[in-house]
Design a protein around this ligand. Structure first.
Ligand code: HAM
Length: 413
């Protein structure tokens, strides 16, 4: 059997893992700034945690969940998203006694989608959630956080914030009924896929990629006609706040999101440089979800970002290499090498040695690794207790006693 990885999965190594580590650091720094606590949940849960809340007619539940029977016949699912597991964890660990509860987490999600650029079957998400406040300040804070994190990871990319309000649950029910009626009248012009959603999930027709569907959606009633006064006020305050923070946004009344639990504010950050899978981050309010899972009647809001998609756009700084390359010409001089390694360790200087004894190959490896400082250990160095330091960029070479090495490296770095 040919050894291969499962379609839609990928290994993370080299520059990608460096990017992951930077992403984790930036997320933690921003989470600390706004006082969010980290929470990690198991990778699998009981299937029922996902099926109803995400929407029995949603693509995720209908086609994409990795579900299996455990030996005792429990139906389990690899988590396709993090919001419902976070709520489950908050309820089962009694974390909802002290509100608001502000949580974040990073981890792998699983969806059996058709793999393509930026779309995997196992992918990683950054996730932020706040349980227990209706205040528009929370919506705003989460968008500011999202914007700050994306800006610090992707300083050279432009992203767009799309914003919509789906109103209260009641507003949304009225809107859905109205939309179904509208689409019913246009049924013959809709794609087959959308026709099947007229009753079950009319909101999803609004973000269909089919050209005929798009045209019909353009003249469909918009949610704005159905929003309550409070919802409009809430939405207006968010927009004012975004302007205060200089965060550019576009109102997009067709933005409905793919999971069923949303109401109120919904938003997405998109980036043109990503191709078809252009959404970096998405989220919104889900008032009513926590109580439907057995928790108290409290609201919730959050977002998730795709780490792979961020990573695709990220540029790494050039300073991730070791500071010094070690080159030794013969096994006999290993005691001298030990000395310098101990010194490097004590002085926190990062180094690389390939466990080989060939000066020419070592120098060319240093070159290809983009390490400019090479410490050479040969017969002369060993016999006379010094180290030759070669700076590859300038070609300069120095013979130094060990205690001078750090100064030289600091000077040349
Ligand atoms: P979502 O829109 O399904 O929302 O996913 C959020 C982000 O995860 C997407 O914008 C994308 O960057 C990334 N993503 C989704 N599917 C894939 C995939 N197959 N491959 C690579 N990246 C992917 C949620 O998951 C909600 N739980 C977000 C949320 C949190 N809403 C409220 N709180």
């Amino acid at each position: 059997m040919k050894l291969r990885s499962v379609r839609g999965t990928h290994d993370i190594y080299g520059s990608e893992i460096e990017k992951y580590n930077i992403i984790k650091e930036v997320v933690k720094r921003n989470a600390d700034l706004f006082s969010y606590n980290e929470l990690e949940t198991p990778i699998f849960e009981f299937t029922e945690l996902f099926s109803k809340p995400l929407g029995e007619q949603s693509d995720v539940v209908l086609k994409e969940m990795y579900t299996f029977k455990d030996r005792n016949d429990d139906l389990l699912t690899l988590r396709p998203e993090y919001t419902t597991p976070m709520i489950r964890a908050a309820i089962t660990n009694n974390l909802l006694n002290d509100l608001p509860l502000k949580l974040y987490g990073l981890g792998s999600m699983f969806r059996r989608e058709r793999p393509q650029k930026g779309r995997y079957r196992q992918f990683n998400q950054i996730n932020f959630e706040v349980f227990g406040s209706y205040d528009y300040f929370v919506d705003l804070e989460l968008m500011v956080l999202a914007n700050d994190i994306l800006k610090s990871l992707l300083p050279n990319n432009k992203f767009k914030l799309n914003l919509n309000s789906l109103g209260t649950k009641d507003n949304l029910i009225k809107y859905k009924t109205n939309l179904s009626k509208y689409f019913e009248q246009k049924k013959s012009q809709l794609s087959e896929e959308s026709r099947n959603k007229i009753d079950s999930n009319p909101l999803r027709i609004l973000d269909s990629k089919n050209d005929d569907d798009k045209e019909i959606s353009n003249t469909a009633p918009t949610i704005m006609e159905f929003l309550s006064k409070e919802s409009i006020l809430h939405f207006d305050e968010i927009k004012k706040g975004l302007k205060f923070y200089n965060i550019h946004f576009e109102e997009n009344h067709k933005l409905v999101r793919g999971l069923d639990y949303y109401c109120g504010t919904v938003f997405e950050f998109k980036c043109d440089n990503l191709g078809a899978q252009d959404t970096l981050l998405g989220g919104g309010r889900y008032d009513g979800l926590i109580s439907s899972l057995g928790g108290p009647e409290i609201p919730g809001i959050g977002w998730a970002a795709g780490i792979e998609r961020i990573s695709m756009l990220m540029e790494l700084p050039n300073n991730n290499n070791a500071q010094v390359h070690l080159a030794i010409t013969d096994e006999k001089f290993k005691p001298h090498l030990q000395k310098i390694i101990k010194y490097m360790k004590e002085n926190q200087i990062s180094f690389y040695w390939n466990y080989k004894f060939n000066l020419k190959k070592s120098l060319s490896k240093a070159n290809s690794n983009n390490i400019s400082n090479v410490i050479i250990i040969g017969e002369n160095e060993f016999n006379n207790d010094f180290f030759t330091l070669k700076h590859l960029k300038s070609g300069e070479q120095f013979e130094l006693k060990i205690d001078k090495v750090k100064n030289y490296i600091d000077d040349k770095s």
